[in-house]
Design a protein around this ligand. Structure first.
Ligand SMILES: [Zn+2]
Ligand SMILES: [Zn+2]
Length: 326
């Protein structure tokens, strides 16, 4: 299939390279500067805003400390009148680094390694941020506390708005079967901050251990993380499904990026794509239960926080022996 980013640029790289270099990717060189900016004090009282541009705090290695990049973003927001002179780094906006990984130190950012989420920016300001702050690849408008996506077929999707640039991010997820890189267009897939040990992967690992090479149905696959983990674990058959079509689009990107080549379906039945050991659908689970004939050893349900999964579990019960609600 060959995964290409919607923006037309080369945002999708081979995961293996990203994984090898992840520590180095955000590491400062010996010459990198550590500018101390107090997060709770107004930025304008600490530094003259006129000084802040792409040279501010920069190093010959091309990276800048996250706080310096955020100061640059905040400076543009203040210039544009989105934030007042009292604004500080703490309440500026949400930085989402890419690739995302569980960091134990503040990252030094190279070019195009940050997506910004803010409830306040407008299009003009967003475009200015992407143009002027070289580390920022995209700006989203939205509320970080609101979950993005679609809860079930009866509700309307909630999405952030992409105001400028490209919001394709990659999260590095550690699994017992090797690390994964999971791409997502962040305006339409919920934000998950990578942790050293993912509780969801832990639950899945336990379920997989009960079987010898189980077949798996990932009923609500999102960007494909859990299903791809099962493929990595050696499952002979994994079916991916999500009613949210943008989720399926990223599942296809992630299958390819993690070494599972995808063949798009020619449109027969409701199959969207398939590959060596997997199939991909985009349906309401209740409908999927009527469409698939086979039975699976494990059905995974990873629903939205706060969603009553009873109906999902009932539908999945027709398709699998063990239902794992994650
Ligand atoms: Zn892109
Ligand atoms: Zn440096």
């Amino acid at each position: 299939m060959g995964a290409k980013c919607r923006c037309g640029d080369t945002c999708i790289g081979p995961i293996s390279e990203a994984l090898e270099d992840i520590e180095l990717f955000y590491k400062p060189c010996n010459d990198c500067k550590t500018e101390k900016i107090k997060k709770f004090s107004p930025l304008a009282e600490q530094i003259s805003l006129d000084e802040i541009d792409n040279h501010f705090g920069s190093c010959k290695c091309g990276k800048r400390h996250l706080d310096i990049v955020m100061a640059h973003v905040l400076k543009v927001m203040i210039d544009e009148g989105i934030k007042d002179k009292k604004a500080n780094l703490r309440n500026a906006c949400v930085p989402l680094v890419t690739p995302g990984y569980p960091a134990n130190s503040i990252p030094y950012l190279p070019t195009d390694s940050l997506v910004i989420l803010s409830n306040e920016v407008d299009k003009r300001c967003a475009e200015k941020i992407v143009k002027e702050v070289r580390e920022v690849k995209g700006v989203l408008k939205g509320d970080a506390r609101k979950t993005v996506g679609i809860k079930d077929s009866d509700s309307n999707p909630h999405v952030y708005e992409l105001l400028a640039g490209c919001d394709l991010r990659c999260d590095i997820i550690q699994t017992p079967y090797g690390a994964l890189g999971i791409y997502k267009y962040q305006h339409e897939i919920h934000i998950e901050f990578p942790t050293l040990e993912s509780p969801k992967i832990g639950i899945l690992e336990k379920a997989l251990k009960d079987y010898d090479k189980p077949s798996v149905l990932d009923c609500t696959c999102g960007p494909g993380t859990l299903g791809i983990t099962c493929l990595k674990a050696g499952s002979p058959k994994v079916v991916f499904n999500d009613i949210w079509r943008p989720a399926i689009e990223t599942t296809l990107i992630n299958l390819e990026a993690n070494g599972f080549p995808v063949k798009l379906s020619s449109g027969e039945k409701k199959l969207i794509a398939s590959g060596d050991r997997f199939e991909v659908y985009s349906m309401d689970i209740r409908e999927l239960a009527n469409c698939l004939e086979e039975k699976f050893d494990i059905c995974i349900i990873d629903a939205f926080p706060g969603v009553d999964t009873a109906e999902f579990v009932e539908a999945a019960g027709k398709l699998g022996k063990k239902i794992v609600v994650i």
